[in-house]
Design a protein around this ligand. Structure first.
Ligand SMILES: Cc1cc2nc3c(=O)[nH]c(=O)nc-3n(C[C@H](O)[C@H](O)[C@H](O)COP(=O)(O)OP(=O)(O)OC[C@H]3O[C@@H](n4cnc5c(N)ncnc54)[C@H](O)[C@@H]3O)c2cc1C
Length: 362
């Protein structure tokens, strides 16, 4: 959605093909809605750079466009002595990534700020917040439409053929009618299908290491009585061997509180949005080290999302792939693959990055 707003112009023919009834029915509406500050990602990675810029841009957009957000601030809490060193490393890394205002809090400082949390110390990030992701997407939708972009819903991209200096794209619409059109520039932002779309366009996705792994994250909602017991986002110190930031607590824009997401790799063919209610125990145990007041009986299944990850289980960090595929013999094709977290935060910055590529092409 952010890319559609950045590349559209009056007089330029831009079509956004979306297989669902509307925008925002997949990863972008099934996430924590956290505006990350950029603490975790390796310095100079695309994730780090677009997160730093993206978070500033999102706050600006929210201010200008009256989109609901809350700069609630975040605490990454150390529960064991060994984690204190990790907190310092995160502080250093976050500062290198230009995350503003980071500081380490003592156990007493944490108690003053959040009396119901148990912590030896914490890394405080005042600029981390949450945003109404639906309205953020609507903002991009309206901007793109005002710039004459055409959204074509219920239309699935099924085939792509390189033709001369562009691509013949074949799609199927809601009535099952197939049709095709020619485009000079093709931007692949297909989330969980972005590797498949790249393959259709002629990329050897195995050789290029573009194959996505699906990683499901479930959420549980905390009952109203306990949801007011914390005000900040509260995360554990991440386990370096794990692919996620660890099950955390996120107050929402109302008075609610959610726990999650966890991280479970799932087979692509079996992926679904069912929530396994029996995982309540696992969730309450995971947060009990720092949120001792949570019991499994307080939790109710909420929602879940699926991350489009390049990194498989036990594998090391993978960055976003945002690439004009000229060198692979496909000029005009721009692939965005592996846009997992913090992709929501990075969206406006990723969109600027793609816009720069497009302006050079046209
Ligand atoms: C559980 C979870 C928690 C997360 N938490 C956060 C967070 O707190 N903060 C943060 O910054 N990021 C977070 N993220 C990451 C963020 O949600 C994603 O990076 C971002 O939403 C990706 O956006 P996207 O447009 O690439 O993908 P999507 O929103 O999935 O959009 C891709 C679109 O392409 C369409 N499509 C696919 N194939 C086709 C086809 N063949 N033809 C036509 N249309 C097609 C799909 O229908 C879909 O609408 C989280 C992600 C998950 C899953």
């Amino acid at each position: 959605m952010a890319v559609s707003a950045s590349v559209s112009r009056p007089g330029r023919a831009v079509y956004i093909l979306e297989k669902n009834m509307s925008f925002g029915q997949e990863a972008s509406s099934r996430n924590s809605e956290v505006i990350h500050a950029g603490i975790y990602y390796p310095k100079d990675s695309l994730k780090a750079k677009t997160c730093a810029e993206g978070s500033h841009l999102i706050y600006e957009i929210c201010e200008r466009g009256s989109i609901l957000y809350k700069k609630a601030g975040k605490l990454i809490v150390a529960s064991e002595k060994e984690e204190l060193k990790k907190l310092k490393r995160l502080l250093q890394n976050g500062r290198e990534n230009r995350a503003a205002g980071l500081r380490i809090l003592s156990a007493k400082d944490v108690k003053d700020m959040e009396p119901n949390i148990r912590a030896l110390a914490a890394l405080y990030s005042p600029d981390t917040g949450i945003v109404d992701s639906h309205n953020l997407m609507r903002h991009f939708f309206q901007k793109a439409k005002a710039q004459e972009a055409d959204f074509v819903f219920q239309t699935e991209v099924r085939q792509i053929e390189k033709q001369g200096r562009g691509f013949k794209v074949s799609v199927r619409d809601a009535d099952g009618t197939d049709f095709s059109f020619f485009t000079r520039t093709l931007i692949n932002c297909a989330g969980l299908n972005s590797d498949i779309i790249a393959e259709l366009a002629g990329i050897d996705i195995k050789k290029e290491n573009y194959i996505l792994k699906f990683c499901k994250g479930e959420y549980f909602r905390v009952g109203v009585n306990k949801s007011r017991l914390i005000k900040h986002l509260v995360y554990p110190v991440p386990n370096e061997k794990e692919v996620s930031l660890g099950i955390h607590a996120t107050p929402d824009l109302g008075a609610g509180l959610r726990l999650g997401p966890d991280a479970q790799y799932v087979e692509r063919s079996k992926a679904n949005y069912n929530i396994n209610d029996s995982r309540k125990e696992h969730f309450s145990r995971a947060v009990n080290r720092f949120l001792p007041f949570i019991e499994s009986a307080d939790l109710a299944a909420d929602t879940c999302g699926i991350r489009a990850k390049l990194q498989g289980p036990q594998e090391s960090f993978r960055d976003f792939i945002i690439c004009h595929e000229e060198e692979k013999g496909l000029p005009g094709l721009i692939n965005l693959i592996g846009i997992d977290s913090p992709g929501l935060t990075c969206a406006p910055s990723i969109a600027k990055y793609v816009q720069n590529i497009v302006e050079e092409l046209i």
